[in-house]
Design a protein around this ligand. Structure first.
Ligand SMILES: [Zn+2]
Length: 270
């Protein structure tokens, strides 16, 4: 599943190809992805120039003067910029034709992605209740500490709650907790302020590193649809249940926490 770093890598990869290009036409090959595509979206976008591409959580916003196309890659979506006339493959659901003779093509085999519309000056309901961006100054140990008081949920579940902070997915939550030495099972309300400082710093560092690696390793902007393979060999926990801890050599524990596969070291993480 594309996580925040892959979505940000996609955004950066697309920018030089689509920024300030005018959309000359829209082809919808099906009426819906996860949700129905607004039927008037083609006429809203046609003739509009893409003024910016922003990312909020794992959503991409193609901004025009008349509103924004709101796009999510879901579990398996990818975006490519191709010469017009490139044969359509299975699951190529949407084309935005650009004024330079290319198309921005959205492929999504599992159709958990979406393509919606956000009017100018409005915030789409999907974006309204989201927590801060993890790489913004609004996200830090003080924020986590303040929001966690009295919470009994495991700290890993708390960190993955999109109303607390967006984009810290399962892999990155597990890695940040390992780096900060915090057990994923500890009640969120029982983690001290200094330990939340360490956790926020670890989450920022890991996400920033993954974005930097994505930016240099993915030669084009085909979004990966599985685990972040280019990053996997550096991970301390992901996929390593039962293997020796990189810090103390004891075998790593693995269990479901909040229905999500979790790996941690019971010795190094308290
Ligand atoms: Zn250990």
């Amino acid at each position: 599943m594309p996580e925040l770093p892959e979505v940000e890598t996609t955004r950066r990869g697309l920018l030089p190809h689509v920024l300030r290009r005018t959309i000359t036409g829209v082809t919808l090959r099906r009426p819906d992805l996860r949700w129905p595509i607004p039927p008037d979206l083609p006429e809203r976008l046609a003739g509009r120039r893409i003024e910016a591409i922003h990312r909020r959580a794992k959503y991409l916003l193609l901004e025009t003067a008349e509103g924004s196309a709101l796009l999510h890659l879901g579990m398996s979506g990818s975006l490519r910029v191709l010469p017009a006339g490139t044969p359509v493959r299975a699951h190529d659901h949407v084309d935005l034709a650009l004024d330079d003779g290319r198309v921005l093509r959205f492929n999504d085999p599992r159709r958990f992605g979406c393509l919606l519309w956000q009017p100018p000056g409005d915030t789409h309901p999907l974006l309204r209740d989201l927590g801060p961006e993890p790489l913004s100054d609004a996200f830090d140990g003080a924020w986590l500490h303040a929001l966690s008081r009295g919470r009994r949920a495991p700290v890993k579940t708390f960190l993955m709650d999109q109303s607390i902070v967006v984009g810290v997915g399962n892999i990155y939550a597990a890695e940040a907790l390992f780096a900060a030495g915090i057990s994923p099972l500890r009640a969120a309300g029982r983690v001290s302020r200094p330990r939340y400082d360490a956790l926020a710093e670890a989450a920022k560092a890991i996400l920033a590193h993954a974005i930097a690696r994505g930016g240099t390793t993915l030669r084009d902007f085909i979004s990966p649809d599985g685990a972040p393979g280019y990053f996997e060999q550096e991970l301390s926990t992901y996929g390593r249940g039962g293997l020796p801890c990189r810090r103390c050599d004891r075998p790593l524990r693995h269990a479901l926490i909040g229905q999500r596969a979790s790996v941690w070291c019971a010795h190094c993480q308290r």
